[in-house]
Design a protein around this ligand. Structure first.
Ligand SMILES: CC(C)(COP(=O)(O)OP(=O)(O)OC[C@H]1O[C@@H](n2cnc3c(N)ncnc32)[C@H](O)[C@@H]1OP(=O)(O)O)[C@@H](O)C(=O)NCCC(=O)NCCS
Length: 173
């Protein structure tokens, strides 16, 4: 039996030409992540257009992960925060989230930050386990209202960026 090796993951800045594909990807993975926990109305009101506008505003910090010509992951940052980190469900546990997180935090380091932050809701077991395994500290949580009558705990993770020196660079904005 011959075994076909998967191509290596490539993480690249968002090319404007891929904006529509990235929006479709994000809508799909976002819905898959939240459909079991968010009210149906909220899950359905978000559209490709919503995520296209969302990504357009973050285009300068958006990175895409590719396996060959297949889009398998996406990350964005804002100030010193990793805002988005998404991997297609069937490609998880293959190091793609780790590769995206390294690329995203590398960008933060280049912009002079010493610490990065990221967040996820406490019901998101895979993200909680992922950040813990990556060596990030959970530094707190806030109860937030996602929609009237629906509250969740938003957890905040933090990590000193490798290769940075205390007091040199920006601690955070
Ligand atoms: C969180 C997420 C980005 C991880 O992506 P990934 O490609 O599966 O991550 P990796 O393969 O690099 O995982 C690295 C390590 O994290 C830990 N980990 C990741 N997912 C895990 C899970 N579901 N359960 C337990 N540990 C997990 C493991 O230790 C894993 O190493 P291993 O596979 O060798 O055991 C992905 O699950 C995802 O897209 N989730 C939905 C979106 C989300 O919650 N994003 C984070 C908040 S913005």
């Amino acid at each position: 039996m011959s075994v076909v090796a998967l191509p290596r993951v490539r993480v690249e800045p968002l090319d404007q030409e891929d904006l529509d594909m990235a929006a479709v990807f994000l809508l799909k993975v976002w819905r898959d992540t939240y459909r079991r926990t968010l009210p149906r109305r909220i899950v359905e009101e978000r559209s490709t257009g919503y995520f296209r506008d969302y990504l357009k505003k973050r285009a300068s910090t958006c990175r895409l992960a590719w396996l060959g010509d297949r889009l398998v992951g996406l990350a964005t940052t804002q100030q010193n925060c990793v805002d988005d980190l998404w991997v297609a469900p069937r490609f998880r546990r293959r190091g793609i989230g780790t590769a995206l997180l390294e690329a995203a935090t590398g960008g933060l380091r280049e912009r002079g930050y010493q610490y990065a932050q990221a967040g996820c809701e406490d019901f998101n077991d895979s993200a909680m386990a992922f950040f813990d395994r990556a060596g990030w500290d959970c530094i707190g949580g806030d109860s937030i209202t996602l929609t009237p009558g629906y509250r969740v705990n938003a957890m905040v993770f933090s990590r000193r960026l490798p290769g940075t020196v205390e007091g040199v660079g920006r601690a955070g904005d």
